[in-house]
Design a protein around this ligand. Sequence first.
Ligand SMILES: Nc1ncnc2c1ncn2[C@@H]1O[C@H](COP(=O)(O)OP(=O)(O)OP(=O)(O)O)[C@@H](O)[C@H]1O
Length: 255
Amino acid sequence: MAELHVQNVSKAYRSRRMFGSNSTVIFDDLNVTLKDASFVSVIGPSGCGKSTLLNMAAGLEPITGGDILVGESRVRGPGLDRGIVFQQYALFPWLNVIDNVAFGLKSLGKSKEERYGIARRYLRMTGLAEHETYFPAHLSGGMRQRVGICRALAIDPEVLLLDEPFGALDAFTRETMQNALEEICAKARKTVMFITHDIREAVFLSDRVIVLGRAPGGVVMDLPIDLDRPRNRHDREFAEYEAILEKEIRNQMPL
Ligand SMILES: Nc1ncnc2c1ncn2[C@@H]1O[C@H](COP(=O)(O)OP(=O)(O)OP(=O)(O)O)[C@@H](O)[C@H]1O
């Protein structure tokens, strides 16, 4: 567990043009803090910089200014203190389920027995124990995504960064995965940044939902979701949170 601090971060992308180069500012002074073991969703209109924020926190995208800290240490690149899950599962097709999950543990110097022990713990947690010898090509989308989540958790990162992990799944599988993720996060107590387009998903899973405005808008709403867990998607109060967020996101849509 650790806090994630995004402090006074600016980000501009340079694009080459026929006559010189141009710079697009995505963030000019972004400040976000994720408290220990909190689940924070980031939502907002297309192009507002959600993936950019996650990639900067992952150390995959350089920041133009400011600081990103995990606990006390400054993010300088990818690291084992952060587990990442993308919408596209990014599993190694030539490795079976257990070897995919155990992969990152090799660099932590764990023996094969330890690696498999840890991997099996997460596979059991996500209902995949029976499938450890399967290859990714023989799994459904939801199963592949569970393997991706297991792999991110197996290295026991301080922070989990998820970029629309359920975006490619059908509605039913998506709800099942949301329920599973909620359970996993309650057990594993990780600090989570979760990017989504789906307001219901955000309200169901999050302690807080951050809305980003049209770039370079930064944070336009920071809404704590004060509902008991597990949450009922059909509650009146649940619907009220959905309505608040929907209104704010509509305000941020290009005219
Ligand atoms: N490598 C890059 N080079 C130049 N511009 C980029 C690059 N990556 C993203 N951008 C631009 O930065 C802006 C934010 O992109 P980003 O992918 O972070 O948005 P997003 O909120 O995740 O969008 P979506 O909801 O559509 O996935 C967009 O205008 C995009 O075109």
